[in-house]
Ligand binder design. Structure first.
Ligand SMILES: Nc1ncnc2c1ncn2[C@@H]1O[C@H](COP(=O)(O)OP(=O)(O)OP(=O)(O)O)[C@@H](O)[C@H]1O
Length: 386
């Protein structure tokens, strides 16, 4: 999908820092052509932090490698701060070191034989910055990252999290026009990943660099991005602020990737949705704009938007709620200590997550209740609810 079609009023009112136009990259492997990136358009604005999200193989790394100059796109143009650094059609391809782009990789890529301060000073030395200036800029950036005490150590004497901070310091020390971060947190353990996320955010807020970060982790993307770009098979599937991408995934693919766990095929009969095993009560609000007998409908709901109650619903009190009947199959402890209720709705399992209520137990007849505003109804590839 072209960005222009999906751009909205949330697009920042600032100069464009990175502009990608019609970027394509194909590889030929074992006689077969792989289109890793397809006709992709994207603008990243000054000071913005954009996170590219997608499953393995969707083309994230290839895209970032094209921007960095590590791959040559097959088609399209790339410009940074208005300067064209790559134009596949005209054979323009500025070399990596002349691109004014900083990079941080998953595997840190520090020079093992250089101390921390030498590693961080290296990009300045390459750019022939005077020695005194180098020392003060290295000190400043190490202080900003709370790593000044590590200056004399070798990379092997640092933890993974410390190595990644140093890699970040090295990328930021010469204040590049654009910072690319390729899965920068993926090699760290879960706790460290979360704390480094907030540290990266804090740093971005204080230094206001323009960042393009790639990840396959939806939580990381939603927490960190000013905007999130969801990729699918080399193209942009959805782009927008995290709340929007989380709240209104544009397609079943997006909903699935953003962790919407409950998914059921439904049909539309007499103003109501029906699943194979029963009726979805209260679904009139969702079907108002649908033609009778519309097909290819799928209802998606997050477990955390679903509540389980004992017995049958009181329909006079459940306005604005969708409900289905079922039996509790299992209760387990879910994320954040909340209960996860697994409800059998006529042979299909439905997941709900909420604080313990009513002392429910397995085998009980229950109804599952979902606020209509939280239900996502898709027809084929399109969101048709709300
Ligand atoms: N050098 C290459 N030669 C052939 N095919 C490649 C090459 N690099 C990438 N590909 C293919 O291009 C597609 C996109 O790969 P890419 O690494 O960009 O995806 P990704 O989203 O970054 O995945 P991951 O998160 O696993 O790195 C894949 O099908 C991959 O096999």
């Amino acid at each position: 999908m072209k960005e222009a079609e999906i751009m909205d009023e949330t697009t920042p009112d600032r100069p464009v820092r990175l502009s990608l136009n019609g970027i394509g990259k194909s590889f030929t492997a074992k006689g077969r052509q792989v289109d890793a990136v397809r006709d992709l358009d994207l603008n990243v604005y000054d000071g913005e932090y954009v996170v590219i999200l997608g499953p393995s193989g969707c083309g994230k790394s290839t895209l970032v490698r094209c921007i960095a100059g590590l791959e040559s796109p097959t088609s399209g143009t790339i410009s940074v701060a208005g300067k064209t650094i790559c134009d596949a059609g005209r054979g323009v391809n500025t070399s990596i070191h002349k691109r004014d782009i900083g990079m941080v990789f998953q595997n840190y890529a520090l020079w093992p034989h250089m101390s921390v301060e030498k590693n961080v000073a290296y990009p300045l030395k390459r750019r022939r910055v005077a020695k005194e200036d180098r020392a003060s800029r290295v000190r400043e950036v190490l202080e900003a990252l709370e790593c000044a005490h590590l200056a004399k150590r070798l990379p092997a004497e640092l933890s993974g999290g410390q190595q990644q901070r140093i890699a970040l310091a090295r990328a930021l020390v010469y204040q590049p026009g654009l910072l690319l971060l390729d899965e920068p947190l993926s090699n760290l353990d879960a706790l460290l990943r979360v704390s480094l996320r907030s540290e990266l955010l804090r740093l971005h807020r204080s230094l206001r660099y323009t960042g393009l970060h790639i990840t396959h982790d939806q939580e990381e993307a939603l927490e960190m991005g000013d905007r999130v770009v969801l990729m699918r098979e080399g193209r942009i599937e959805q782009i927008g602020p995290p709340e929007e991408v989380y709240g209104r995934p544009v397609s079943p693919y997006a909903a699935n990737f953003l962790g919407v766990r409950n998914r059921v095929k439904v049909s539309h009969r007499s103003g109501k949705l029906e699943h194979e095993q029963g009726i979805v009560e209260g679904s009139g609000a969702l079907t108002a704009k649908l033609r009778e007998s519309s097909d290819q409908l799928e209802l998606f709901v997050r477990a955390r938007d679903t509540h389980v109650y004992r017995g049958t619903p009181d329909f006079t009190r459940s306005l604005g709620e969708l409900t289905v009947q079922g039996t509790i199959a299992q209760i387990v402890l879910g994320d954040g200590g909340r209960r996860q209720y697994v409800v059998d709705i006529g042979g299909r399992l439905w997941y709900a997550q909420h604080a313990d209520s009513d002392g429910l137990s397995a085998g009980e007849e229950v109804h599952v209740s979902i606020p209509a505003t939280r239900a996502l109804l898709y027809q084929g590839e399109n969101l048709v609810s709300q």
